[in-house]
Design a protein around this ligand. Structure first.
Ligand code: PMT
Length: 220
């Protein structure tokens, strides 16, 4: 099966949320427990890959035999991921729920309550997945897409725009699945095919994903 294709490969995975500081006590973030990314890291390790896990702040134990590189912001995630890819990478998988925007300025001191309303200017964050997929030496790249409507069409559009080999679409509008849950249901798209996986545990979905990615890696 495809999983055998992962043996001896170097895999870099992003997981978890990012945190974008507003001041020393507040930040902007996204829902993400890191469970999907950590499950994929374990499945890739079990398939014989050497795995670097670039992880935002999560409450999960470091899996045995996996190198976790902790990051906080989207900018940190880009830098840590580029460094890990520079060291050698056959497969890059982005499961992280990255904040698309960050506060333009980070206040040095806690912002005090004064007026009844306030505006917080935001600026775009760098896109780690698109940056890595756009490298001349790009590894095989797999993205995730968390969507609430038109899941398939948004996901396929992201795959084309970001020049990915595969995309894993996650309908995060289904109660009990997706963010934070131990369970998930996904549809994987590649340029000329698709496969639905689950609903099932993130562990089971991760092992099927690793096998499927392996089948496509072999054809590269
Ligand atoms: O962590 P869990 O609780 O287990 O939940 C798992 C999950 C639902 C977070 C995960 O399965 C998932 O769907 N992750 C992608 C979430 C997301 O916000 O996707 P997106 O559509 O915003 O981004 C598309 C892709 O680009 C993703 O692979 C993302 O990691 C990547 N990206 C996005 C923005 C950015 N600045 N940098 C990126 O690398």
């Amino acid at each position: 099966s495809g999983a055998g294709e992962l043996a001896g490969r170097r895999v870099v995975i992003t997981a978890g949320p990012t945190r974008e500081p507003i001041d020393p006590v507040r930040y902007i973030t996204n829902h993400s427990s890191g469970k999907m990314g950590y499950a994929l890291a374990v499945a890739a390790r079990d398939a014989g890959a050497s795995v670097v896990l670039v992880s935002g702040p999560v409450n999960l134990p470091v899996p045995v035999g996996i190198e976790v590189r902790p990051v906080v912001t989207a900018e940190d995630m880009l830098k840590a991921s580029m460094d890990a890819v520079d060291e050698g990478c056959d497969l890059f998988i982005a499961t992280a729920a990255v904040a698309d925007y960050r506060p333009e300025n980070r206040a040095d001191d806690k912002i005090k309550k004064s007026s009844e309303s306030m505006a917080l200017p935001l600026v775009r964050n760098p896109d780690t997945l698109a940056t890595i997929a756009g490298r001349p030496d790009a590894p095989f790249t797999v993205g995730f897409a968390a969507e609430t409507t038109d899941v398939a069409s948004y996901a396929k559009d992201k795959m084309q725009r970001k020049k990915l080999h595969m995309i894993v679409a996650n309908d995060v509008s289904v109660p009990g699945l997706g963010f934070n849950s131990d369970n998930n249901a996904v549809t994987v798209f590649w340029p000329d095919g698709q496969e639905a996986i689950g609903p099932d545990t993130k562990k089971a979905i991760a092992s099927r994903l690793v096998a499927l990615i392996g089948e496509h890696l072999k054809q590269e």
